[in-house]
Design a binder for this molecule. Structure first.
Ligand SMILES: O=C1O[C@H]([C@@H](O)CO)C(O)=C1O
Length: 570
């Protein structure tokens, strides 16, 4: 066997604001090298990715997070402002250098303020290493990066979220497929009462918002790589007349199963196989609609174009209807079917070393500011990134000796608005021991309004985790639910959803020294404090690149020579 040597792949990127019309209405997006979405990175497992990222924004910092890449041994390249690095200043260049160790469907995105929602994202696809094979066969590939799009700028959105009275961002104006959508019209107007036809507007050469055409040949199998980087929306994807076989989730193989459509939450990625075995005289709709929240956004449509038929021949049938947004039984049935494929590493079977139970609540601070809190504390980020300040043992890293709680008390009634909605802000930093097996139970609850509990997809940095189980109502602990968790074939993932009024239990091994965010992937919810930080064996992190930590207090300390000191106080 002749395994080719892994390669270093170099990219020179410049991030900038630019005029763009993602849904045919001109706005400002954050693009890379003049493109929106940013360029696709394609690599092979084992390769080193080197991105020289220049910040070309006028007056604002920037970072990029490589979503799903575990950054084993390179925690400073995780791209989280205030956590793994200082935001890169305008005109500065920061070099991300990291290994993509595992094949899969990934993406990258901004992780400073709400820059992801401004369009700072792109695809990252890792093929198997030379000589290795995927455990399924296909003839071609289609990449679908899904997002939602708002006409208000992220600045307006952020001001609303922090104002009293609160101004919620509302539902997105458009859904985008590979950065393209059509606002206020439908390609399938003929099937949508009252909708304006827009094929002409899009097809008439607007290079930003022309409909997405997916050319395929009959009687072949395609791998659709689908990832969602939405700000808010939970999505469902269906292809008219075609079954989808799910084979990968978040860069891990799953036991294949066939469905008519898939749910996809922000932060998720999937590969599904589709066979072009339908009537070759027609084209077919790819439809992406909103689930989980009452939709006010038209589905995004693309055309699956059976070659050599012309793409302009729109499918005669109506696009597949998105399942009812509030049919959570259906969403759960899909999610519960996702299990690890034979060969996926199983979790350590023993009882975990630590269980952290995180109650997700919506709260009011100071009488009016709406926040999301975890165990009644809403996360705020410091000026100095934790990776540097904890590694250097700076006293200012965690000013309060008190660490956030591992439990929230069994008596909490998850079915009602919080009896006492007051909350405070805090760092929410959990210090994890090296190699500890950690279980986290995410407990959902009623929001501030009666009879409302929302979907939250939680994403972990620096790790994949096993999803051990889901349940409705309050988690019943050792006596009940803990004993019934799936330790046999749980899926490995980096994002897991909590359903309304339910809980989700995950497990991971703290074997990757670094400081990792764990948070709701809904952009406004993270901005409102819905997250925690895992500071994991920071004393074992090797010497930090100075560029990653040279700001704020660490810069001052570095200049005073403190950088040479090894180890920290955690
Ligand atoms: O964080 C949120 O705030 C609103 C609503 O709860 C209050 O306006 C909403 O739908 C959210 O997801």
């Amino acid at each position: 066997q002749c395994a080719a040597a892994a390669k270093a792949r170099h990219f020179r990127w410049e991030v900038s604001n630019m005029f763009w019309s993602p849904d045919c209405e001109e706005k400002v997006v954050i693009g890379i090298n003049g493109q929106f979405p940013g360029p696709t990175i394609r690599a092979k497992a084992g390769d080193t990715i080197v991105v020289h990222l220049k910040n070309g924004l006028h007056t604002e910092g920037v970072v990029i997070h490589w979503h799903g890449i575990r950054q084993i041994g390179t925690p400073w390249a995780d791209g989280t402002a205030s956590i793994s690095q200082c935001a890169i200043n305008p005109e500065e260049t920061f070099t991300y250098r990291f290994v993509v160790d595992k094949p899969g469907t990934y993406f990258y995105h901004g992780h400073y303020g709400m820059q992801r929602a401004a369009g700072l994202y792109g695809s990252l696809i890792v093929d198997v290493a030379d000589g290795d094979e995927e455990p399924f066969k296909y003839d071609g590939e289609i990449n679908l990066l899904l997002s939602d799009w708002y006409h208000e700028s992220i600045y307006t959105q952020m001001v609303g979220l922090s104002s009293n009275p609160f101004r919620w961002i509302g539902e997105p104006q458009s859904l985008l497929i590979n950065g393209r959508g059509q606002f206020n019209c439908s390609l399938a107007a003929a099937h949508t009462p009252g909708a304006k036809q827009c094929a002409a507007a899009g097809a008439a050469g607007n290079r930003h918002c022309a409909p997405v055409i997916l050319p395929v040949l009959p009687n072949k199998t395609y791998r659709l790589r689908v990832a969602s980087t939405t700000s808010l929306a939970s999505l469902n994807l269906a292809v008219g007349n075609h079954k989808l076989t799910v084979v990968e989730a978040d860069g891990n193989y799953v036991e294949p199963f066939a469905v008519d459509d898939i749910d996809i939450y922000s932060g998720d990625s999937y590969s599904v196989l589709l066979t072009t075995d339908q009537d070759t005289s027609a084209n077919y709709w790819v439809s992406v609609g909103v689930r989980g929240r009452q939709p006010r956004t038209a589905p995004a449509l693309a055309v699956l174009n059976y070659r050599p038929k012309r793409a302009s021949r729109l499918p005669a049938a109506a696009p597949p209807a998105t399942p009812a947004w509030d049919d959570f039984a259906r969403s759960k049935a899909f999610t519960y079917r996702i299990l690890g494929r034979a060969g996926v590493t199983p979790p350590p079977p023993a009882t975990s070393d630590r269980r952290i139970e995180l109650l997700n609540t919506q709260n009011r601070m100071g009488g009016g500011h709406v926040k999301w809190s975890i165990n009644n504390v809403s996360m705020v980020l410091p000026a100095t990134p934790y990776l540097g300040s904890l590694k250097m043992g700076l006293r200012s890293a965690l000013p309060s000796a008190a660490r956030p709680s591992d439990t929230f008390g069994r008596g909490y009634d998850v079915t009602r608005p919080p009896a006492n909605p007051n909350t405070t802000v805090g760092d929410n930093v959990y210090v994890l021991a090296h190699n500890a097996t950690v279980d986290v139970v995410l407990q959902n609850a009623n929001a501030l309004a009666r009879n409302v509990s929302e979907v939250h997809p939680w994403h972990l940095h620096g790790h994949d985790f096993w999803v051990l189980g889901y349940g409705d109502g309050a988690f019943r602990g050792d006596a009940g639910d803990a004993a019934a968790l799936n330790l046999r074939n749980p899926p490995l993932r980096n994002t897991a959803v909590i359903f309304p009024y339910g809980w989700t239990a995950i497990r991971f091994v703290a074997d990757n020294p670094g400081v990792w965010a764990f948070h709701c992937h809904i952009e406004p919810h993270l901005h409102m404090g819905m997250g925690v930080i895992f500071a994991e064996a920071v004393d074992r992190v090797s010497e930090l690149p100075k560029a990653a930590v040279s700001c704020g207090a660490t810069a001052t300390a570095l200049m005073a020579g403190a950088g040479a000191r090894a180890g920290g106080h955690v």
